[in-house]
Design a protein. Structure first.
Lengths: 255, 255
DNA sequence: CGTGAGTTTGAGTGCGCTCAAGCTTAGTGG
DNA sequence: CCACTAAGCTTGAGCGCACTCAAACTCACG
């Protein structure tokens, strides 16, 4: 919902907004700490690219020729074993950063999960800029530390939570990320765009699609969520959902 | 084995080696990129502290008054749910960094897993230094990116590997980390110090201690490893162990 | 020896997986 | 406009891996 709104705004500007000042992720992306002079430099280096759902962006082992910020849509970091078992290891939403300065080849597969717009920079020039521009490297350090914390929260989920808790955790995360971006305060019940397929959820949570489907049905029957269609739900009571997720009262998932 | 040797070296110097130039982790820790002038500054800020196995270093929620480098021994990052379920989310070995500049309270429990020596810096002065010393912030960024990659490898293990593969992965990781530090080339079979308890392994792998014990026994019966005692093993064929871990030929776990 | 922590092994259970069928929805062409 | 198709989702039946509960074993230490 929110997502779609952002895309519409972007399209209204003509897909290639040249002005970083108008960028919807200006204050949260890797450029967040930049001053206008530094922004000008980035402006000259950047180029936009859009992807369709399912498009590969990078395969593990590929040379990494660029780094990028997600402007709209969602991308997925994942890893696959020889026999096909797949684990998602990152869900990249608007303002998140793709790529690893200082590494020549990708360690993970990166795939567009939805229609996706990236703001891309060639890797080598970006790395040079990183060395001379503390406001970028400091921001990247902060973002990386945040992602590391997120990854560690996720490890608790993968290692110790039940299937029901895993689903509740994911749905709570999506609900929280979408309510905090919503400008017009809290509506009850909160509408949430699930945004990814059951298969993607299964890959994220270390489950099968059947178990994902069963647990969503169970949460629906127990009144924790309401489904409007298979990709959209209402959350009548976020506290209840968080409780099902197995968090102690303070919550504290992600960021 | 290697670990113990490093401790002995350190003790021989008198537990408090004041000279960073002699530090065993000088070239791999957060200070790795520092020049001698910068090292002098750090030298004036640092203080050593030792912990006994099991000692708590930080609890989640505590104010973080210091950051630190592991000099010798091992520390463990973990998270516990209300009902007692515990997941290890980081294993900190010599040269690894503890703490999160920019955050006032700890997100995870930190515990000494063995006898442990830390090189500590008060957080606020360290953060100031970080802002003015690119060689430290760049090193910290690189280390954090490496840790993020490790955490993501670990997520594949937690989400998709079988108990047997989990054990083989952990044992292979320990074997690799200890052979690559060993100066005198490859001996066959490779002796490996397991170094942590069955309980710690279980917390690491998202299993119970019984399952850990059973899978170790199974790997022993199948000739993949030999146990000398419950904390030490021999690895006759590292390639076989890696194969059991479910890696495609290139391996590539951690760092 | 006796004690206790750590580890191993056994028996039985249940959660999440596999295999399989049916349902829903959107897109396509007659 | 309505079959037809295919992809995504849901539901059911049965199984097996890892968990729980329980007991025995090992070894360091007093």
């Amino acid at each position: 919902m929110i997502q779609i709104k952002m895309e519409v705004v972007l399209l209204a500007k003509g897909i290639k907004p040249e002005d970083c000042g108008d960028c919807p992720i200006r204050h949260r992306a890797v450029c967040a700490y930049c001053e206008s002079a530094e922004l000008d430099t980035l402006e000259r280096m950047k180029s936009y690219k859009t992807y369709e759902p399912g498009d590969p962006i990078l395969w593990a082992g590929d040379p990494m020729r660029f780094v990028a910020s997600v402007i709209s849509g969602a991308a997925v970091l994942s890893q696959t074993m020889e026999d096909g078992r797949r684990q998602m290891v990152g869900l990249l939403l608007p303002s998140d950063f793709i790529g690893r300065p200082g590494r020549e080849t990708a360690n993970f597969d990166v795939t567009a999960a939805t229609k996706l717009t990236l703001c891309r920079f060639e890797r080598l020039p970006f790395e040079k800029l990183l060395k001379t521009t503390p406001s970028i490297s400091r921001r990247l350090l902060d973002m990386t530390l945040d992602e590391l914390d997120s990854a560690r929260q996720w490890m608790l989920l993968l290692g110790r939570k039940t299937a029901r808790e895993k689903l509740a955790s994911l749905l709570a995360f999506l609900a929280q990320r979408q309510t905090q971006m919503s400008p017009e305060g809290e509506r009850n019940p909160v509408p949430v765009d699930l945004y990814i397929s059951r298969e993607a959820m299964a890959d994220y949570l270390g489950l099968t699609i059947e178990t994902v489907s069963r647990q969503i049905s169970a949460l629906r029957k127990d009144g924790v969520i309401e489904l409007t269609d298979s990709r959209h739900m209402l959350v009548p009571d976020l506290a209840l959902l968080l409780d099902e997720a197995g968090y102690d009262s303070d919550g504290g998932m992600m960021d």
